[in-house]
Design a protein around this ligand. Sequence first.
Ligand SMILES: [Zn+2]
Length: 426
Amino acid sequence: MTTTTAGPTVPALLRAIADTGRDRTRGGYSRHLFSDAEMDLREWFLAEATARGLETEIDRNANLWAWWRPGGAAAQERAIVTGSHLDSVPGGGAFDGPLGVVSALATVDLLRAAGLQPRRPLGIVVFAEEEGGRFGVACLGSRLLTGTTTPDAALALTDPDGNTLAESAARVGVDATRFGADPDRLDRIACFVELHVEQGRGLIDLGQPIALASSVLAHGRWHLRFTGEGNHAGATPMDSRHDPLLPAAQTVLAARRAAAAGESLRATVGRLRPHPGGTNVIASAVDLWMDARGPDAPVTQAMVAEIAAAAHEAAAAEGCRVEIREESASGAVHFDLALRDQLHSALTTPAALAGTGATGLPVLATGAGHDAAILGAAPGTRRIPTAMLFVRNPTGVSHSPAEFAEDDDCERGGTALATVLTQLLS
Ligand SMILES: [Zn+2]
C-alpha cells in the first residue's frame, strides 16, 4: 500500500520501551507478569492506544484491549484483531512479543494515513503471561479467555518466590476472582492475526524477510521432583549416598536422547533447582522442569513417557524417588487455511512485494507456542480463525538477548500487517 507515515515507525516504538525491564544479571529483558517492568509496559501500551484515539479496556483475565471502532452499523460487525504480548522469558530478547504489539500500533497510524475507513472494528490485544515466565503456564491469558485453562487451575499457580497468582494480581489491583472463559468476547472476533519475530532460521535460510505460519508443534511442560537424602558433602562416603541430582542429571541426558531419536521432537530442561542448594551439601530434593514438543500430542506424550521411565529407573538405582506432574499440554495447531490463503494472496501481489526485498512469501511451521495457536485451537464455537506473520531474525536465536530483527525487516513486517488488515477491514 502507498502511505505517508503519520506516526512513529515500528523501530521507533520498540526503542521507546528499550529501557523497560532490562535484566542486569541475565542480560536481555525480564518482563514478568505484574512485575514493575510489565506494569510499566501495560501503562505504556494503554497510553499509546489512548493517544491514537482507541478505546481501551482490561478484560477479566488481565489481557489488554484497544479498539478502533468505525461509526454506524459497521461498529456492530465482528472485529479483526491483531496484537501479541509484552511479557518475556527470564533474560529474553527485545522482539518476542513487543514486535507484534508495536507493529499493531504502527499499523493503526499507517491505515489512518492511507485514509482507510474500516468496515468493522479493529482490536489490538496484549495477552497476559504469554511466556509463562512467572507462573509456569504459557499463554495463560488466552487459555483463560478461551476456557482452555480453568480459573481454579490458574489461581493455584505460584511464582518461584511462592506468591500465588491471586495474591500477585491483587497487589497490582487485578481481581483474579473474575478470571474465566469469556465466550461473549470471542463471539465478537472474526479473526486474529499475530505478527511475531521468527524464532528460528527458516527465513534466513530462504533469504526472505516475511513468512506466514502453517502450524505449531504440540507442546507441554512437566515438573519432576526427585527426592533423596540430604547430607554432608565431606562426611558421607560415595557408596552410601542417595543424591537426587544424579537421577535428575540422567533425566536431562535421557531427554536429549529421546528427542534426538525422532522427527521434529524437542525436549529441554532449562530450569533445575537443587534443595537446599549448598556447595558442600548433598541435595535432599531436586525440582526439574522439562519442556517437550513434537509433531502431534500422542508422539510427544510417547517421548515424555520414555523420558519418565528413564527418570524412574535412574531414581531407583540411586535409592531416590521421583514424582512427575504435567503442568500443561497442547496439541499441534494448524492455522486456518482459508485465512492463510487470503493473507498469502494479499501479500504476494506485485504491489505488495514491490520494494519489500521479498520475492515470495514462505509458509513455515514453528516449534514455538503462541496465543494465536490457543485461539485457533479453542473448543467448539470459541475457536477463532487465526494466522501468523513471521519477521526474519538474523541470529536465528530467540528466548535470549541475542534475538534480533533489522529495522528494515521490522518496517516490512509493519507494512505487511497493514496490507492484510486493510484487506480484512475493507
Ligand atoms: Zn512470543
